[in-house]
Design a binder for this molecule. Structure first.
Ligand SMILES: [Zn+2]
Length: 69
């Protein structure tokens, strides 16, 4: 099962990657570094959250602080 990671605008980015809004427009925002802020949604965008996409493909080699039991 897939766990979808979502973030509010103004939250810190956990890692670099490509993020997509959850409105029908599918607006994309590329994050180059962790520790940036998610931007406000663009004009005409009705999304509530940014959703991580393709993140695992970028950072799968170095999972940082992922809890393992
Ligand atoms: Zn949108």
């Amino acid at each position: 099962m897939a766990v979808v990671e979502t973030h509010e605008p103004g939250a810190y980015t956990p890692r670099a990657g490509l993020y997509e809004c959850d409105c029908a427009g599918g607006h994309l925002w590329r994050i180059d570094l962790a520790g940036h802020l998610f931007p406000p949604f663009p004009p005409g965008c009705s999304a509530d959250r940014w959703r991580a996409t393709e993140v695992s493909a970028i950072s799968s080699a170095a999972p940082e602080g992922s809890p393992r039991s």
